[in-house]
Design a protein around this ligand. Structure first.
Ligand SMILES: *[C@@H]1O[C@H](CO)[C@@H](O)[C@H](O)[C@H]1NC(C)=O
Ligand SMILES: *[C@@H]1O[C@H](CO)[C@@H](O)[C@H](O)[C@H]1NC(C)=O
Ligand SMILES: *[C@@H]1O[C@H](CO)[C@@H](O)[C@H](O)[C@H]1NC(C)=O
Ligand SMILES: *[C@@H]1O[C@H](CO)[C@@H](O)[C@H](O)[C@H]1NC(C)=O
Length: 506
């Protein structure tokens, strides 16, 4: 008798404990959720719809849920990191093979990556369910939904289906050379060699012409007897990098992020064997991530990533230093035909070859970047950068004034023939063919970041529009895709350090 009532009491206690726990858990999650999105965001729904024409309401609702999921997950990224390391160590026991002997890319007669029929037109697109499937929610959906989620991407089913289109012939052809060394100008008392070189305004203007020429594009070496201009790499790493044909690269400088390994199970054996996955780190960051369990093996690999240590960072602003690998992959990987940039706040969860097919080949593009999920006008971006104190305000103004005096105008959302779907990019994921136009654009954009602020969203549209304006009849095939597509390719996390960049000018 007494036993039964005790059991009942215990059960009651358990139930109430459970209720309390659930309540606590719910409050906790709600707090996280609110701290992320605030309460005002549902008001923006209509704007989002306008921007992403063709997205159905159903999709938005679905995406909202997906992303809410994603963000809760990012809030517990510490746990996730831990779990992931354990998993990945077990699964990723191979090494990158540097050369691509079997890859027929780029040779005019032999363009197939693998042997497959011509029936694979874009109309027979298969949705990759493994990326897009979301666990069905066990709990009622949260009341507030986020409008920024991933959307479905019609990747090919497997890399065996890929066929590089014969479109490179159509890209604008010219030959670019780069200034590799600067001599000390005679008569100048104070001369400090710089990684970006000393480009005059006239040189800058001329560099926008798509023609055979020699331009500044970083990696300008110091004259004899001066200290290094920076971004020094070991001979071994340089040799390795010069063999890469297709590259996925990322960087962490100043320990700003955790190291996130690509999701191995979503990457084909073909890509694992033929694509270079390169993670650039400075020495302190390598020490930091090593202490967290990501220790490079004898070949310098951490999982899929081949770690490349950068010595003598060219800028004290880590964000600006990060633009070197971000924009200049054609300089770092001189033999590469294609490169994919992924910011270290994202984990790659799609196959690089399928990414090339979807973002470049199928769209007949030589450069692909996503638009910003929210802002489309540089004017808004300037305000936002100041509001969040992202950079020295007078330096922002200086850059913005310069651009306006050189023809930058506001984005016109109702102009169907606008040269870009948005003037503000979300540059954390960039896919490039290393064609002359694409390389030129990358150099020009880098030079803006080198000359003005390191906020590259401010200079993107200006650089693109000026390049177009100065080269009528020489097309540049840029695919500006939707932010939700970017979110489908990489899982987003928060930075380890939210802002380590003081708003100063170098
Ligand atoms: C490439 O694909 C085409 C059409 O599918 C085929 O006829 C040709 O033999 C393939 N070439 C190679 C080198 O596999
Ligand atoms: C090549 O470019 C021309 C005009 O720029 C265009 O009409 C044609 O469709 C393009 N061809 C391919 C294969 O993209
Ligand atoms: C925006 O584009 C539309 C459609 O082309 C045009 O009618 C309108 O005048 C433009 N607005 C501005 C401010 O340029
Ligand atoms: C901010 O930028 C202005 C203009 O470029 C510069 O003169 C000033 O020294 C900078 N301020 C700081 C705190 O770096």
């Amino acid at each position: 008798m007494g036993g039964t009532s005790r059991a009942r009491r215990d059960a009651r206690r358990l139930r109430s404990l459970w209720r309390r726990c659930s309540l606590l858990m719910f409050s906790f999650l709600s707090l996280i959720y609110l701290s992320f999105f605030g309460v005002g965001f549902p008001l923006f729904g209509s704007h989002y719809f306008l921007v992403n024409q063709g997205t159905s309401t159903i999709e938005i609702v679905k995406n909202s849920w997906n992303h809410a999921h994603d963000n809760l997950a990012s809030n517990i990224y510490n746990l996730d990191e831990l779990g992931d390391s354990v998993n990945v160590v077990e699964k990723e026991g191979f090494q990158n093979s540097p050369a691509l002997p079997t890859m027929g890319l780029h040779s005019d007669n032999e363009r197939n990556i693998s042997h497959r029929t011509e029936g694979d037109t874009p109309s027979t697109i298969n949705v990759r369910s493994n990326i897009l499937e979301v666990e069905s929610p066990k709990h009622p959906k949260p009341k507030f939904r986020n409008r920024h989620g991933p959307c479905e991407i019609g990747f090919k089913e497997s890399v065996d289906d890929l066929l590089e289109p014969e479109l490179n012939m159509n890209f604008t052809h010219f030959s670019l050379e780069y200034i590799v060394k600067e001599e000390r100008p005679s008569g100048t008392v104070a001369f400090a060699p710089q990684f970006g070189g000393h480009q005059s305004l006239e040189e800058r203007e001329n560099s926008f012409y798509a023609r055979n020429q020699k331009i500044h594009c970083g990696f300008v070496k110091e004259p004899e007897g001066y200290p290094s201009t920076g971004f020094d790499l070991s001979k071994r790493d340089k040799e390795f990098m010069s063999t890469c044909r297709v590259v996925v690269s990322s960087c962490i400088f100043g320990s700003s992020d955790f190291l996130r390994r690509p999701t191995s199970k979503l990457i084909s054996t073909y890509s694992k064997n033929s694509v270079c996955f390169v993670m650039f780190l400075d020495e302190p960051t390598l020490t930091k991530v090593s202490s967290e369990g990501h220790v490079p093996d004898d070949n310098g690999n951490i999982g899929l990533w081949r770690v490349v240590v950068v010595k003598n960072l060219p800028y004290t602003d880590m964000r600006r230093t990060g633009k070197v690998p971000k924009f200049l992959s054609h300089r770092l990987f001189p033999s590469a035909w294609y490169s994919i940039w992924i910011d270290s706040k994202m984990r790659l969860q799609a196959d690089p070859m399928l990414i090339l097919e979807y973002f470049l080949w199928r769209k007949r593009s030589e450069y692909a970047i996503s638009n910003h999920y929210d802002r489309h006008c540089v004017w808004e971006e300037v305000l936002q950068n100041k509001r969040l104190n992202k950079y020295n305000h007078s330096a922002i103004d200086e850059q913005f004034q310069f651009y306006q005096s050189d023809g930058l105008i506001k984005f016109n959302e109702s102009d169907k023939k606008a040269p870009l779907p948005s003037y503000v990019p979300e540059g954390s994921f960039i896919v490039r063919a290393h064609t002359p136009m694409s390389n030129l654009f990358s150099c020009l954009w880098f030079n803006e970041v080198n000359r003005f602020t390191s906020r590259d969203q401010l200079s993107f549209a200006y650089t693109f529009l000026k390049l177009r304006r100065m080269n009528p009849g020489k097309p540049f095939f840029l695919n500006m895709f939707k932010d939700c597509e970017r979110r489908a390719v990489g899982k987003l996390f928060r930075h380890r350090v939210e802002d380590l960049h003081p708003p100063v000018r170098e």
